[in-house]
Design a binder for this molecule. Structure first.
Ligand code: PA5
Length: 426
């Protein structure tokens, strides 16, 4: 499903030197004996997920599709990015799908909130509030506003039928609120953290509401689980990718640029940045994850990548076959001088842009380039790719000797903000 092509790294990696380390970490993940081991529930989740809840997700997604024009998904970080990444990757950026999916709860921007409220207020909308802790301020404020709007419009009973809460199975402020109000709820297992939760109801409910085939997504994740649970570095694509990342980090690279050639994968880049940034960036270590879409960003960042400071490891996820291709027409006057491309497809041009860029960045720019090759983009492939990144991330973080599953640094800004906002105890 995914080929980790290491032919463009400039240097040859001595994988043998990594074998022992990788084996030990593999055992550590398998036996749940490493740091953060109580957050490894995602690792076998594609095979052991709760089938009953899965069916309930499908049932309620159909209900939302039938009864509402808009679904507002209210969450942040791991309670937001996975669903958005999948929905945009599969449904694209411009479509007439019903319900329209809108994301809120990921910002304090009053202009954004105002914009969303103005857009939904006279429409028939439902809300899926997602928070594991139930106390995330961005999400809680937005949800309070949405809940108030719905109760005013539909009454308490009506609002209840339009609100779906995804949260911890047992504890937290949102669990208490949802139980008290009688909302339909979905569970986030306690051993799965936000950024590893896309295959739980956190991701699956909004994704299913968007009309996407979540069975195929889970099948892809399941296949990936199988392939990425092999202990050998030679046959496990996630471990191979993790080793390459580690090698170049230790050789002095400080940033990894995640590149795609598809605008519909911009949000996958956002998800990638959170996954690796929050998992690895601690104790003064880690590659800074950044993302770019080519060829678009070759006209903005291309100069830096080619000739700027040599800090980058480039990782390109290249989809070999577009789902839809477009042919370039002939023009008898040829004033734009494009007739040499007459009859060629845009997919062909995109591929040549990729090959030309790879050669330029590798041979002239001297940046190591990893290419992750995927035949085509669909639900199955996306499930495969996302699980592959999660497993890579766990191996990578353990190679750096950091806990992949906590994020202590995120609390620092919150403490200052709560103090400035006058929250009790800060
Ligand atoms: O990956 C994580 O754990 C975080 O990014 C959380 O998902 C994010 O902070 C949102 O937390 P919560 O789901 O508790 O609102």
């Amino acid at each position: 499903m995914i080929k980790v092509n290491d032919k463009h790294l400039i240097t040859k990696i001595d994988y043998k030197a990594y074998e022992n380390k990788v084996n030990k970490i593999h055992k550590m993940i398998d036996e749940k004996s490493g740091p953060g081991n109580d957050y490894l529930g995602w690792e076998k989740y594609p095979t052991n997920f709760d089938k009953e809840e899965f069916n309930s997700i499908i049932k309620y997604a159909k209900y939302v599709q039938k009864n509402f024009d808009i679904l507002v998904v209210c969450g942040i970080g791991g309670s937001y990015l996975g669903a958005r990444a999948v929905i945009e990757a599969i449904n694209g950026l411009h479509n007439d799908h019903k319900p329209e999916i809108i994301f809120l709860g990921q910002t304090f921007s009053s202009d954004y909130l105002h914009e969303v409220i103005a857009h939904i207020k006279n429409k028939n909308f439902a809300v899926n509030v997602i928070s594991k802790s139930g106390t995330t301020t961005e999400t809680s404020i937005s949800f309070r506003i949405l809940k108030t709007m719905l109760e005013k419009k539909l009454g308490k009973e009506g609002a209840k039928k339009a609100i779906f809460a995804t949260t911890d199975k047992e504890k937290g402020a949102l669990r208490t609120l949802a139980n008290k109000e009688g909302y339909v709820t979905f569970n986030l297992p306690k051993d799965i953290g936000g950024r590893y939760s896309v295959f739980t109801a956190v991701g699956l409910f909004p994704i299913a509401c968007a009309g996407i085939n979540i069975e195929a997504l889970m099948e892809g994740a399941k296949q990936s689980q199988k392939d990425c649970s092999k202990s050998s570095l030679k046959t496990n694509p996630a471990y191979k990718y993790a080793v390459i990342r580690d090698y170049f980090y230790k050789k002095g690279k400080s940033a990894e640029m995640f590149i795609t050639y598809e605008p519909r994968l911009v949000q996958l880049g956002e998800w990638f940045k959170q996954l690796f940034g929050e998992s690895e960036g601690k104790e003064g270590k880690g590659l800074l994850p950044v993302s770019a879409t080519f060829s678009t960003d070759l006209h903005s960042l291309g100069q830096f990548i080619q000739e700027g400071s040599k800090i980058l490891l480039e990782t390109t996820l290249f989809i070999k076959n577009p789902n839809h291709d477009v042919l370039i027409p002939n023009d008898k006057n040829n004033l734009d001088e494009l007739n040499y491309l007459t009859g060629k497809s845009l997919g062909f041009v995109n591929e040549k842009a990729f090959q030309g860029t790879l050669k330029a960045h590798e041979e002239v720019g001297k940046n190591p380039n990893i290419v992750l090759e995927v035949e085509k983009l669909d639900e199955f492939a996306l499930g495969y790719i996302m699980y592959f990144f999660m497993k890579t991330c766990a191996m990578s973080a353990y190679l750096l000797k950091v806990n992949p599953f906590n994020q202590p640094g995120v609390e620092v800004y919150k403490k200052n903000m709560f103090h400035l906002l006058g929250k009790k105890g800060y």
